[in-house]
Write a protein that binds this ligand. Sequence first.
Ligand SMILES: [Zn+2]
Length: 584
Amino acid sequence: MEPLRAIDNRVRRWLFGRDFAVWYEPRYRLPLPSLEARTGLDTRRADFAAWFLVDRGAVRPSRVRRPARIAYDDLARVHAPELLESLDRPETLARIYSVDPGDVRPEELMTAVRLACGATLQAARSCVRPRPRSVARRELNLSGGFHHAGRARNGGFCPVNDVAVAVAALRHDGFRGRVAILDLDAHPPDGTADCLRADREVWIGSISGVDFGPLPGVDETVLAERAGDAEYLNALDGLLERMPPAQLAFVLAGGDVLAGDALGKLGLSLQGTRERDFRVADALFRVPSVWLPAGGYGPDAWKVLAGTGLALGTRSRARVPDGYDPLAKRYSRIAARLTPAELGPPAGEDELLLAELGQRSARPLLLGTYSAEGLELALARYGLLGELRRLGYGPFRVTVSNDAVGDRAQLFGRGEDGEEHLLIECVLEKREVAGEPVLYVHWLTLRHPLARFSAQRPPLPDQEVPGLGLAREMTALFARIVERLGLAGVAFRPAGFHTAYAGRAQLRFVDPGRQGRFEALIRDLAGIPLPAATAAVASGQVLLGGEPYRWEPDEMVLWRAPHAQDEQAIAAAREAARFTVRGP
Ligand SMILES: [Zn+2]
């Protein structure tokens, strides 16, 4: 039976979502493994929002449109040839995204950007197409809003300006109507103002939490840091009143207005961002609009974007449920379609014979269940091999061996340098933790040997090469193994602060006091780059209550079923612990 929520959402979708479409492409994910650790930008934002909106019935899968890459000619209407030519160079893109040039594959990265630009233009064209309806179309592109790219300069995660390129293309098509651009990202639309300053029929309104100085042609409101919901919504009402009538609107529904964002300081709540979207949608009731996510540099930025989709698709004020993990939901669905025979074909007669003779099977299995071929198939279905291909690897090879302690699985991939590299290796075992059978991860390494360490990207302890940025995906995969094998959870023992930090979103220390101290450590080391923070903990530079703090390598677990945790004990330990860093 269909849950009531899904039926309700279908009715709401029919009522409110008939003129709504979503634009999305899996390749929106930026192929920059170090980006999240460096900037807080979770490259999975569009994926999470798309999966959530479909899962909740806010958008029908048939209304999720796939864009085409924007043409060079469309970009060239706005941007200087020198700017466009510079986008072939890793150094240019590394500067724009604040990563190391060794991390950038320009063709792959620009595909992500050009798909987003293509969607913004296709959505805009769809919006201005004449239709016999009184309710205006709303189209949500899950990537885009690159408002810092000007005609001849770029930066701030914006190589080119999708909104300006779309407006210029519509003008080229013959569209003469007034365009309103509501820039509700936490930063001012300097690039958009520069690109569109000659277009007399463009109005730009913006609310920001930082002052870039005078921006000619922009109705700009700068709010104080931590303005919060009430002050922001008040400013928004004023801006919407000043917005002139328009035939098309672009809305940059920025995720970086959210409290806790690494780069935006406005301090809105998730409910506040939803209210923002409702007020804008109501003001644009008769104006077709293209909605874009723009910035968002924190783990909850995807919820702002998903909320925009809920507001537009179903006029829903429902919260994204606490603890909703889009990756786990997605992987569970994929896991359900992987059959036991696919994951580990039953042993052939030869192997049965060997077993009868007391000899080891010629085909070792991981945890008695997964063959090497089965693991390779699973990694392909979950999309991991696709991501690795975008980083420059493939074809792939998986091996499984049964070691003295645990079973070892390895994934090798041929790199662009022609060499075969070890990319992923894990050693797993079924054992008991806190009296329950768990999947114990003795060893996990995620290696990106084509990337390079640099001053910007120093190695973490025990890292020989940079990481793949797939720790969250691996944890989600381990959780699927736990489900399939009927275990109670996934456990591991983080050797240092960085490994615990990587698992913090999904795993918790078994002991509440330990979990509380860990949360205090994260709180008190915030603002210190992860490698430096890890080194400070490892070298005794970090003090707890004035005494050198030694890392406690206790077990962290992700339980399959919710475990009652002593939240009070965690909070008490967290509040009692004060970490400081000893000066050099
Ligand atoms: Zn921003």
